[in-house]
Ligand binder design. Structure first.
Ligand SMILES: Nc1ncnc2c1ncn2[C@@H]1O[C@H](COP(=O)(O)OP(=O)(O)OP(=O)(O)O)[C@@H](O)[C@H]1O
Length: 324
């Protein structure tokens, strides 16, 4: 996918291939600006023009139905309508932007339920209250008649999560879903997500900087650098034995004894992320890579290749590093 800048297309996400599986959580990690949100928003066709997805495929197989080719749907297609907020839900980074300031929380929740679940109003209200309760909002019935400005930041964030989950989506795209929450509420939110996964097989794409959450909540991890996936595989393997120098650097930037709250800060790695539109030749990470081999890493782009069961890596040093 690309954005338009100074009259030309700048590629922000390039050749990314992710597979979200029913009931599992895939964490998408990487430094700020690497293209995580752009990838996440593409899934729902929410890239604003003149930005656009300019190639590839996004396929969704709803339970018991044929595959939907998301990019082939027109803006007026009923499937796109059903997709957004119904089959696939998105939790934005900024909770405020997802809530209407002029409608009560209850009206917004019940409207969403009405559109996607088509159940009687009384049942919709009960379902909405139950969702708020599961997410730990105090006095959930009373909250239903409040407006977003009457809620604290943490409550707003959980209200947005309730909006996303209440229609039992088959896929949840969660972009930094728990940033405004303390440790206890974060755990509660992830518990609710896990329950929806176990009960309804919801798949989760979790965009995050929080490596503690990745270690605890993710089944699989994809590591992104400059718009490309450089390593992906099962979370325990990647977290314990990162093979790509970038993954290693990311994990090394989070000291093991750092308090959990602090690990949510953006990681810092020596060197600078290349300017968009001025990507280095060869491997995009080579100018910052301690293992870069002149004449190889600066001239050829390493393909993302399978290195073991379920694990892929884009690095010419893959074999040596995996056996190190
Ligand atoms: N609307 C836009 N127009 C132009 N460029 C954009 C737009 N949105 C994002 N970009 C650029 O696309 C690249 C990817 O941005 P994206 O928001 O996907 O990164 P990210 O990894 O999600 O970052 P963060 O972790 O800070 O949210 C960045 O270089 C960003 O500046």
């Amino acid at each position: 996918m690309c954005f338009r800048q100074d009259g030309r297309d700048i590629t922000a996400v390039d050749g990314v291939s992710l597979r979200l599986q029913r009931g599992r959580t895939l964490a998408l990690v990487g430094e700020s600006g690497c293209g995580k949100s752009a990838t996440a928003h593409s899934v729902l066709r929410l890239i604003q023009a003149p930005g656009r997805v300019n190639g590839g495929r996004i396929l969704l197989r709803p339970r018991g139905e044929d595959v939907i080719n998301v990019l082939a749907l027109s803006e007026r297609d009923a499937d796109l309508y059903r997709l957004r907020g119904g089959l696939v839900a998105l939790i934005f980074q900024e909770p405020q932007s997802a809530l209407s300031p002029v409608h009560t929380l209850g009206a917004q929740l019940c409207e969403t339920i009405g559109i996607h679940l088509r159940i009687p109003a009384r049942d919709a209200k009960a379902l909405a209250i139950e969702m708020l309760e599961q997410l730990g909002l105090p006095n959930p019935a009373a909250r239903m008649s409040q407006y977003s400005h009457e809620l604290s930041g943490g409550m707003r964030q959980r209200a947005v999560i309730a909006m996303a989950l209440v229609c039992r989506p088959q896929v949840l795209v969660a972009d930094e879903p728990t940033t405004a929450l303390d440790e206890r509420l974060r755990a509660q939110v992830f518990q609710v997500l896990r329950r929806q996964q176990d009960q309804f097989g919801m798949a989760v794409l979790l965009v995050t900087h929080d490596f503690a959450a990745v270690a605890k909540e993710a089944d699989d991890v994809a590591v992104m650098y400059c718009g490309q996936i450089v390593e992906q595989g099962p979370a325990p393997a990647i977290m314990c034995q990162p093979a790509h120098p970038y993954t290693r650097a990311l994990l090394n930037s989070v000291p093991a004894d750092m308090p959990r709250a602090a690990t949510r800060r953006l990681p810092t790695i020596a060197g600078a992320v290349p300017e968009r539109g001025a990507m280095p030749s060869g491997c995009r990470f080579h100018p910052r890579c301690p293992n870069a081999q002149p004449g190889l890493c600066d001239t050829k782009a390493p393909p993302l290749e399978r290195v073991s069961a379920g694990r892929q890596l884009a690095c010419f040093k893959a074999v040596e590093m995996c056996h190190a």
